[in-house]
Design a protein. Sequence first.
Length: 266
Amino acid sequence: MEKKTLAIVGCGKLAALVVDAYNSNLLPEYKLVATYSRSKEKAQHIADKVNTIDSGSTCTPCASIQDVLAMKPDYIIETASPNALKEFALDALKNGSSIVTLSMGAFADQAFYEDVAKTAKKYGTKVHIASGAIGGLDVLRTASLMGKCEASFQTEKSPNSLRKYAIYEESLQHEKKKVFEGNAIEAIALFPTSVNVSVAASIASVGPENMQVSITSTPDFVGDNHRIEIKNEQVHAVVNVYSATAHIAGWSIVNTLRNIVSPIVF
């Protein structure tokens, strides 16, 4: 059987994890053919990880996203940012490449979400939203199909993970504090790389404008603790996921890729 071709856009730690899984033969139905990053060195590093393994194929570090698209990969793995996804998603889908993404925060933009859906349908391609650092997207989607429901997303983080945002203050190092409360659209606008999973949960259930999000900063806390709750007249579900590192997000891409080609799909 001919292998499906892969490209990676965004060549940081999560991309490296995916490549490690690839090199460990956890993705035998795929051939990784291209990498791209704004940093040429990072794209080269990820490609080198593939090329040091005697796989019988070559992975090319690309100088631009256009170079990636020219190779017409079957799937593009995106681990960069919501803005990066917005920049190439429509062109990729028109080009015949489906996308596996972690930057689902981009879909809080309803117009972009609708353009992506229409384009994918027209060109016979798909966008696969990896679960990232959460789970339970299936039960969220099922509960939402049953009728009117309410949903919330609460996350606990270290103050150090919030340093790059305007809400950060030194007092967070010493006191526990709720630093944000609003919907998923407002959350991703303020924290563009830290609450993508809240948008994923909202898309699977009540929509970004209706998903109530709160973020709490806790001194000396390590990792992320996410609590998703959904209720309707018949169902009350709570999904709690704690992760010490972001590794679970990378592994969720591996799981998504395996699901795509599996005869039995979870």
